[in-house]
Design a protein around this ligand. Sequence first.
Ligand SMILES: Cc1ncc(COP(=O)(O)O)c(C=O)c1O
Length: 472
Amino acid sequence: MASEEYFEKLSYPDAPKIVTSVIPGPKTRTMLEKELANETPTRIAPIGIPVAWEEAAGATFKDPDGNVFIDLSSGVAVNNVGHSHPEIVDVVKNECGRLMHTPDGTCKNRLRLGEMLSELAPGNLKGNVKMAYGLSGSSANEIAIKFARASTGKSIILGFQGAYHGSIGTTLSLTTSPTFRSKYRPFMPFVDRLGPYPYCYRCPYELTHPKCDLQCAKYVEFQLTDPYGGIDVGNVAALILEPMQGEGGYVPPPPGWMEYIYNLCKRLGILIIDDEVQMGMGRTGTMFAVENFDVEPDIITMGKALGGDLPFSAVLCRSDLVSELEPFSHVLTAAGNSMSCAVACKNIELIQDGLLERAKEMGAYARGRLRELAQQREVIGDVRGMGWGIAMELVSDKKTKKPLSMAEVVRIVWMLRDNGVYVLPCGRYDNILRMIPPLVISKALVDKGIDIISDVLETADMAKFSLNWTMA
Ligand SMILES: Cc1ncc(COP(=O)(O)O)c(C=O)c1O
């Protein structure tokens, strides 16, 4: 594995560093105001966590005012190999003068990526997948759904409560967050919801694992096998699910649940689409998060960290499934962009070069430190996760587990930002601080980040949020 010195060199040496008396500083504020004036109000970033990005390196970024932040978000699970990794920059420099766009056409980088993904695919999928490329996680999932329907001749797609699969079309209909569903009705037909994805900290059945005997999985079985279950099982093409829910709150399923659900679907002839958009590419310590379980998906979708600094996504489809797909029936003008393919190949190589072990090791270290912190801070209700995909759930009362209000969480997130730590909340109650830094973060930055979190949460404990919360 690369040395600590190597990881330190990838990020700005002086992070975190705050040079303006208020954040956003004057230049950032002007940019935010201009942008808000010319864009739709639908984005979260400029209002939710007001920062602007000037340049970035490794696990750090600078704003236009010269403030330097530790990025504990990886640009939302995108920069797993870090921002502007020198080897990625070299690939972009070398490729851009040669070839970039191909109209979904044949090129060397696309060929190489296909071979790499086929070799990388887990279990029986290794060497037994056909690829399709997209431009975002949503588009990969849309393609996967389209292919699952066409290859089975069935229409219904199943999903779980708490899922996030995308923001358009069928993937939006499968996403259960009311914020993202908003006014965007009507939602797609032929989408059915199974019960809740297991969430042991807030078990809807009020049971505890393993005594629960996986009632949550058994309820899914009941839904799919009871004659009055309400789901037309004979017309179900696929179930799409995340190996650990991401936007839903970094919720890992309990041991045995994933295997139960997969076996059930196999028995019922339902394909499984494993949505690795947020958890794939090493985040959980394995290339695909599903490799943490003893299961075999039929279709895998990848996005975010596959392209990393460039937008890109892929669908890995079990070979036999594609025989039903009609030639010439699916195109996406910019899919398989030559430079994006070259960058994706390099991202895979970098992750294979020690970052899986690093994710396991540093993730375990950070979880340990955060669990110690949870003993000392009233506001931390739970620390959980796999590899470097960690959730810290904030509560106003440890006993009742009452979620900290969104306003209070935003206040904490802003205080962290003001101290040079960038964290993005998520979860059903928006009360999860997700700790998902680039896998190349140095131990020194992990420690600095957690020390700052510790101080901010101590202030939060002391203030008990009696201060009036206002936007800066
Ligand atoms: C599990 C999962 N699937 C799909 C998506 C959608 O990806 P994109 O925003 O690139 O369309 C996301 C985004 O957060 C995700 O977390």
